[in-house]
Design a protein around this ligand. Structure first.
Ligand SMILES: O=C(O)c1ccccc1NCC(=O)[C@H](O)[C@H](O)COP(=O)(O)O
Length: 211
């Protein structure tokens, strides 16, 4: 069921680990306490196909949200990949097009809009999304942006901080921005596209240590 509506930022931090490709990646993230895991369906060293995502999703308990990550794919591709893989949420890195979101809102899946911080502060719900991901301009790059000095809105909104988070900086990032949740990919990798299981555990421990 689609979820929406304001929440308190004092709730436990929501943690999403993105770009998982193997059974071991998934088991580690779930056992370490992730609330959501992401499968990338766009061009990337982290890309997996729908059949692999379906197989990995079957290992994931109900309380952990499975998220498909898309960047500017045609609507029909998003729909078919989502249906084939059985993911429960769709994360969109563009296009910022209300009609595109309206089409996907008819699906029984949580919608996550990824937005870079620009001239104006993105707000959760502007495009009908259920969650907002405030990310670096290049998604999945591991490059941090200047989150600490920005007047990030979103208190009381479901928004996730992303972009260059690591086990070392996530506690400070949470303290500085008070997000509803956090999202990481590069910061828990041995090298691009290959997850480091010790870093996944460390990231979740560090993120939760502040809240
Ligand atoms: O991971 C990718 O390569 C990717 C490709 C296309 C669209 C999105 C992609 N990744 C999204 C994410 O991994 C995260 O949601 C977020 O950008 C955090 O990335 P990172 O800075 O690597 O922690």
């Amino acid at each position: 069921m689609r979820q929406a509506g304001p929440v308190s930022n004092s709730d436990s931090l929501f943690i999403k680990i993105c770009g998982l490709k193997t059974e071991q990646d998934v088991d580690t993230a779930v056992e370490a306490g992730a609330d959501a895991i992401g499968f990338v369906f766009s061009a990337s060293p982290r890309r997996i196909d729908a059949a692999t995502a379906a197989r990995l999703s079957r290992r994931v308990p109900e309380h952990v949200l499975t998220v498909g990550v898309f960047r500017q794919e045609p609507l029909e591709d998003v729909r078919s990949l989502a249906a084939e893989s059985g993911i429960r949420a769709i994360q969109l890195h563009g296009p910022d097009d209300r009609a595109y979101y309206d089409e996907l809102a008819t699906e029984d899946r949580t919608l996550i809009r990824a937005a870079a911080f620009g001239d104006s502060v993105p707000r959760c719900g502007e495009f009908g999304e259920d969650m907002l991901l405030l990310d670096a301009p290049v998604p999945g790059s591991g490059i941090a942006w200047d989150w600490a000095s920005k007047p990030l809105a979103g208190s009381g909104e479901k928004w996730l901080l992303a972009g260059g988070l690591t086990p070392e900086n996530v506690r400070d990032a949470v303290a500085a921005t008070d997000p509803w949740g956090v999202d990481v990919s590069s910061g828990v990798e041995q090298h691009r596209g290959v997850k480091d299981h010790a870093l996944i555990r460390e990231f979740i421990r560090a993120a939760r240590s502040g809240r």
